[in-house]
Unconditional design. Structure first.
Length: 263
């Protein structure tokens, strides 16, 4: 596992965007580059920088296929809190050459949620798997909507959201937890772990325990993020504020081995 520590959120976002852009630009194969994407506050800075690069002609999305991590059950695409809406409003609609047919987002209104999830897994496989999956984690370490105690071998499926997650996400629903959906469709931990590379963004004091669990804790279903310790291509991009719970030796070690990557 690589842990790349940057001074602040903006520098973390630029580092991650540069890493993703370099991977896309270096992709010379005939088949598309397959990119996994998250929603939430963590990736906003990365999306902003990727958009800038795209508009400046430094990066093309013409041969990029995307798969999003998750979607709320029961929200229509045009609902301002659906993840379909979020991704188009914050990213896809600002790219000059992103092909709509290359955008894949789970359908939260699917009549048969399990069939929708199975079809999603099959489509990922049809592209040869995901080349790079960017993600964030929750304060309890959940990756996508794989809440604590979700099996670490889980595949894309229907998830019940915990009260804690709904309370945290209520900030996007005018502070009313009761209006936050109770279920979501989400890629599984196993789905993410099948990706060639996984790049996780962790920033802020409130994510410090989750970062420590991801890097230093034992592999456990309690912290689904800890499964990343078993991935050969896992990278954590974080800021200083998120490092408060790391031991001093761990912090110094990763600063030392990654100092050439510090912006």
């Amino acid at each position: 596992m690589r842990v790349v520590i940057q001074d602040d959120y903006d520098k973390m976002s630029i580092w991650a965007a540069n890493y993703i852009a370099d991977k896309i630009n270096a992709h010379k194969e005939d088949k598309a580059f397959v990119l996994g994407l998250p929603t939430g506050s963590s990736p906003i800075g990365v999306y902003r920088e990727l958009i800038r690069k795209n508009k400046a002609g430094e990066l093309s999305f013409a041969n990029v296929v995307t798969f999003n991590m998750d979607e709320y059950v029961g929200l229509a695409k045009d609902h301002d809190q659906s993840y379909w809406y979020f991704m188009h409003d914050n990213f896809f609609d600002h790219l000059v050459d992103m092909k709509p047919e290359n955008i894949n987002i789970l359908n939260g209104l699917a009549e048969d949620p399990e069939a929708e999830c199975a079809k999603y897994e099959e489509k990922i496989v049809s592209y040869g798997g995901i080349d790079l999956f960017m993600g964030g984690i929750g304060v309890d370490g959940h990756l996508a909507f794989n809440e604590p105690f979700t099996p670490l071998t889980s595949r894309t499926g229907l998830r019940d959201l915990t009260t804690d997650t709904r309370i945290v996400n209520s900030r996007f629903f005018l502070g009313d937890m009761e209006t936050v959906p109770k279920k979501a469709l989400s890629v599984g931990i196993g789905t993410v772990m099948d990706s060639k590379e996984v790049l996780i963004l962790i920033s802020g004091h409130n994510k410090a325990r989750a970062l420590a669990a991801t890097v230093e804790g034992g592999v456990s279903q309690k912290w689904t993020c800890s499964a990343l310790q078993m991935h050969n291509g896992a990278i954590i991009a974080c800021d200083e504020k998120a490092c408060g719970e790391l031991t001093v030796d761990t912090y110094k070690y990763f600063l030392d081995v990654e100092k050439k990557e510090r912006i």
